[in-house]
Write a protein that binds this ligand. Structure first.
Ligand SMILES: [Zn+2]
Ligand SMILES: [Zn+2]
Length: 96
């Protein structure tokens, strides 16, 4: 299995706490302190289309148009801006 637990130091009380690491379906580590009650919880979120497009505008260099493919996109280029914007969110396969 890919899950693994180990001791680490609690950032709140400096006592030893339990940490659990997992690398499926992606790397994550959660912590639980039995001394002071500190714990962390991994949480997952999906951005709305609007939020995602806002974010993608900040990363325009990842979505260059054909003209600007070699220089990482150009923030003043309409085509690059267009290319960074999604019309709809991609379909996610919710397979079990
Ligand atoms: Zn603690
Ligand atoms: Zn461009």
């Amino acid at each position: 299995m890919s899950s693994h637990s180990y001791d680490s130091v609690c950032p709140k009380c400096n006592e030893s706490m339990d940490s659990f690491s997992e690398n499926r379906p992606y790397d994550m580590v959660d912590h639980e302190c039995l001394n002071c009650g500190f714990y962390t919880e991994n949480s997952e979120h999906m951005r709305s289309l609007e939020d995602l497009n806002d974010l993608r505008l900040d990363y325009y260099e990842r979505f260059p148009c054909e003209k600007h493919e070699d220089d990482y996109g150009n923030p003043t280029c309409e085509d690059c801006r267009d290319k960074s914007q999604l019309k709809e969110l991609p379909t996610i396969n919710e397979e079990k």
